[in-house]
Structure formats: structure tokens, C-alpha cells
Design a protein around this ligand. Structure first.
Ligand code: NAD
Length: 471
């Protein structure tokens, strides 16, 4: 926490700032900002011969679209304010990228490293049971997903627990997303948030006039990047930006400290090194430059904080020397740091845009689960045969042969991963174009975060206005 205002209050402040650029009635803005349902849970877990009380939450921020959707976080930092703020960000995120869900979030206040796998399974199943008891989970109600400290393993436990209680419910597999692919998950979900960070950055950096204002040439290739946090989001954002965007990663931070490698750090090799040694420190070709905060202060083009909130605060904002911050984590820039960074001319791609890839592909997984078949399964062979027939006719009429590679490309339906990635790419590009359009319409808006909030607010307000109020 920045020490001044809470995370939830800071989200509210951003919304108020954006609302001033709209004609949404004041009372409706208050309704949009409010968290509709807050569930606070306490339950015991067996630790050796003793008990430990576990504190947990689930917050449904907005019901303007259903189900609500949002990850579950396992971290010691979890408290009600944090979960409320993250749930609110989910509402704005879903609206921004046209994912038809309301926002939600869950959190369990534990450090997973302090528990055995069996204990983590008990905690996850008990938490799920509490959600079921309170009607806080279900394919049409509220659909959790992974977040900090959780992953496909926990999502599979949640699914299994839900199905034990809702035996025979035909859509039960859509009660949670981010599941292992073998447990009704979808290919591409694990890397979706990091991949979305890459697509968002690539789109943003493709606009020459915008980049000129930052003193950068257009495009990602050759630009320097620093990443904080090599978990699900950070490692994939770094890996994909390096492999597909040709960026040069010159700094990495993890819990154990920060490393600098002016000639570039091979992320794939660094991940292997950390797996083997348990640390990024000592990776060949890099120098250890200090604690986990040190890398944030390295001079670079793109800074990707991908760990937790409040990593850039008023205490270190003046020392940040990048051109673009891509908020891969939720809330990595505190409210008091935001104006300092903007004053320095740094462009901030806000969390609820740049990390929206996860919920986008979760939406695809939910659609797959509700349709009970893998994308492409029904139509791929038909397409292959139909397009093959057309090519045969073209060959017959022209007397020319289509090459084997071209024939393969032209007749092949997309695989699941190809369809997922293209849907994600389109989503990130379209949302950025909407934000840019808002900039054009409002020359008085000076930062991407405010423009993005204006886009989201207008969409949510329009839902409320067209729905009316019950009763
Ligand atoms: P994760 O648990 O997989 O990884 C987090 C990583 O950050 C871990 O490797 C951890 O060791 C590291 N870390 C913790 N404190 C650090 C510090 N001070 N400095 C450097 N590294 C530190 O979590 P994740 O799923 O990658 O989530 C990271 C962030 O992205 C969170 O803010 C989360 O809310 C957000 N996010 C995640 C998803 C998703 O799909 N997983 C989607 C949207 C947003």
C-alpha cells in the first residue's frame, strides 16, 4: 500500500477522474464504483496436531453482466480492500475488452510456500465449498480463474469440488477457467496474460506519432525491456516479447533480487537456471544489482512490473527511467506515483488493459466448456475438403498447380491454439484502438489510464441505462 489511500480508493479515484469526461449521471457512477457483494470467510485448516484459521474473500463487484469473473489469489497481502480493488478492476477490464462478464475477485490470505500440497488442496476445496454454500460460484453466477499464487492445479481442485456437489449439472465444467488442458481447459490460457501484454505493447508501439512523443522509434524490435516477477505473467510476457517481438531484455527482478545484463538476457535459459538453482542471481552474463526493487530503476524503453501491486510508489517513482510502463501486474503503480511518472513523460499502459489477455482467453475457455466441444473440431475437416475442392477446380480451370505448402495453408482450418491466439490478438488490438479513439475525441485527456477508464465506464453505464433498474 502506498501509505496514503487504499488500493480500492485509488481505483475509485481513477474512475472519478475519468467520469468527469463523460455525461454519466453522478449517481450511476457511484453505483458502478460500488462492490455489489462481499463475502468474508473464516475456516480452519489442520496443521500438524493444531488448527489454523484461514481468512478468505470473494467479491463480486458488478452484476451489470453475468456471470461475474475474476481470479483467486493466494498471498499474505490479501485483505478485503485488496480483493475489492481487484474485483473492481475486473469489471473495467472486461468492459474494455468486450468480455461479457461483471468483475469479481477472490483471495485467501496464505503464503502457499508454508503449506504442503495436501494442505493447499484442503484449503482450496474448503474455500470452494464455502463459495458453493453461499451461491458464489457457478457457470452463470461467478467463475473464478488463476491469479497470483494459484494456477491450473488449484482450478482442477475447484472444478472437482464443484462437480462433487453439483453432480449432473451439464455445464458444471464452466464453473472455473484456467483449468489444465486435460481437465477441460483451453490451449493458450496458461500464457494468455503474458501473450496479451506482448500484443498490447506491440500495438501501442506500432503508432509512429505516439512513439515519437516518447523519443522512441516505431516498433518493439531492438527496444530494451526490464521485467519484475518471473511468474506466470512475467515469464510469458518476457519470453514472448523476446521470441516474437525481438526485444532485448536487460534486467530482471525476482524475490531474491535484481540482475542486469546489458547485452541481453536469454529468458528461456534464465528460467531453466532458476529452476535448477532456485535463484536468478549468478546467471551467466549478468550482474547482481540489488534487491527486487533495483531493476525497476534501470534505464530502459519498456518496464514490465509483473509481480504485485504498489511496486512503484512515491518513494521510487522519481528514479524510474523508462519510456513505457506496461502494468502486467494489477496495481503495480500506486496512486501517488502515477502523477510523478506522467510528469516525467512516461507512458503507462494500465493494468486493466495490458493484462486483459488472461480474462479474454478465460472467456474463450468458458465458451468452449458451454459448447462442450473443442474449437475447430466440427468444421476443420469439412473446411479442408471444401477448400481443397475449390483449389482442385482452380487448378483444373487454370491448368496451373498450387504448391504443396500453399495448398496446406489454404485448406487447413485453424487449430485450437491458433484460434485462441488470433482471438486474443484481435481483442488486444481492438481495445487499444478504442482507447486511442477516445484520446482523439477528448484532447483534454492526457493519459492512457483515464482514456481506458472512459471507454469502460461508457460501456458499463450504457448497460445499466438500457437494462433499467429492478424492481
Ligand atoms: P505468479 O504467482 O505466477 O507469479 C508472481 C511472481 O512474482 C512469482 O514468481 C514471485 O516470486 C514474484 N515476486 C513476488 N514478489 C516479488 C517482488 N517484490 N519482486 C520481484 N518478483 C516478485 O503470479 P501471476 O499469476 O504471474 O500474477 C502476477 C500479477 O499479474 C498479479 O498482480 C496478478 O493479479 C496479475 N494478473 C495475473 C493474471 C493471470 O492470468 N495469472 C491475469 C491478470 C493479472
Amino acid at each position: 500500500m502506498s501509505g496514503q489511500i487504499s488500493f480500492f480508493k485509488s481505483v475509485e479515484n481513477y474512475v472519478d477522474k475519468a467520469a468527469a469526461f463523460t455525461d454519466i449521471p453522478k449517481g450511476l457512477v457511484e453505483q458502478i464504483k460500488a462492490c455489489n457483494l462481499v463475502l468474508q470467510i473464516r475456516f480452519p485448516v489442520r496443521v500438524g496436531n493444531d488448527y489454523q484459521v484461514v481468512e478468505a474473500y470473494r467479491v463480486q463487484h458488478s452484476h451489470h453482466r453475468l456471470p461475474t469473473k475474476g481470479g483467486i489469489r493466494y498471498a499474505e497481502s490479501v485483505d478485503q480492500d485488496e480483493v475489492m480493488a481487484l474485483a473492481a478492476l475486473m469489471s473495467y477490464k472486461c468492459a474494455l475488452v468486450d468480455v461479457p462478464f461483471g468483475g469479481a475477485k477472490g483471495g485467501i490470505k496464505i503464503n502457499p510456500a508454508n503449506f504442503t500440497v495436501e494442505q493447499l488442496q484442503s484449503i482450496t476445496r474448503r474455500y470452494t465449498t464455502e463459495l458453493i454454500k453461499k451461491n458464489f460460484i457457478g457457470p452463470g453466477i461467478d467463475v473464478p480463474a488463476p491469479d497470483y499464487g494459484t494456477g491450473p492445479r488449484e482450478m482442477a481442485w475447484i472444478l472437482d469440488t464443484y462437480q462433487a456437489f453439483r453432480h449432473g449439472e451439464i455445464d458444471s465444467i464452466a464453473c472455473v477457467t484456467g483449468k489444465p488442458v486435460t481437465q477441460n481447459g483451453i490451449r493458450g490460457r496458461a500464457e494468455a496474460t503474458g501473450r496479451g501484454v506482448f500484443y498490447g505493447l506491440r500495438e501501442c508501439m506500432s503508432h509512429e506519432d505516439d512513439m515519437k512523443k516518447l523519443g522512441l522509434s516505431k516498433g518493439m524490435a531492438g527496444k530494451t525491456m526490464v521485467v519484475q516477477g518471473l511468474g506466470n505473467v512475467g515469464s510469458n510476457a518476457a519470453l514472448i516479447s523476446q521470441q516474437e517481438g525481438d526485444v532485448k531484455i536487460i534486467g530482471v527482478a525476482e524475490r531474491e533480487g535484481s540482475i542486469h545484463g546489458a547485452n541481453g538476457i536469454d529468458i528461456e535459459k534464465l528460467l531453466e537456471f532458476r529452476k535448477k538453482t532456485g535463484s536468478i542471481i549468478g546467471f551467466p552474463g549478468t550482474t547482481h544489482i540489488g534487491d527486487a526493487g533495483a531493476a525497476l530503476e534501470l534505464e530502459c524503453d519498456i518496464l514490465v512490473p509483473a509481480a504485485l501491486e504498489n511496486q512503484i510508489t512515491s518513494a521510487n517513482a522519481a528514479k524510474i527511467k523508462c519510456k513505457i510502463i506496461a502494468e502486467a501486474a494489477n496495481g503495480p503503480v500506486s496512486a501517488d506515483a502515477d502523477p510523478i511518472l506522467l510528469q516525467k513523460g512516461i507512458m503507462i499502459l494500465p493494468d486493466f488493459y495490458i493484462n486483459a489477455g488472461g480474462v479474454t482467453v478465460s472467456y474463450f475457455e468458458w465458451l468452449k466448456n458451454l459448447s462442450h466441444h473443442r474449437f475447430g473440431r466440427l468444421e476443420n475437416r469439412f473446411q479442408h475438403n471444401a477448400f481443397g475442392g475449390i483449389l482442385d477446380k482452380v487448378e483444373e480451370m487454370t491448368g496451373k498447380q498450387v504448391g504443396a505448402r500453399d495448398r496446406d495453408f489454404l485448406t487447413r482450418g485453424g487449430t485450437e491454439i491458433e484460434l485462441v491466439n488470433s482471438g486474443l490478438e484481435d481483442t488486444m488490438i481492438t481495445a487499444y484502438q478504442q482507447i486511442r479513439e477516445t484520446f482523439k475525441q477528448h484532447p483534454d485527456i492526457s493519459d492512457v489510464r483515464t482514456a481506458a477508464f472512459v471507454c469502460s465506464l461508457k460501456k458499463i453505464a450504457s448497460d445499466y441505462i438500457s437494462m433499467g433498474i429492478f424492481p
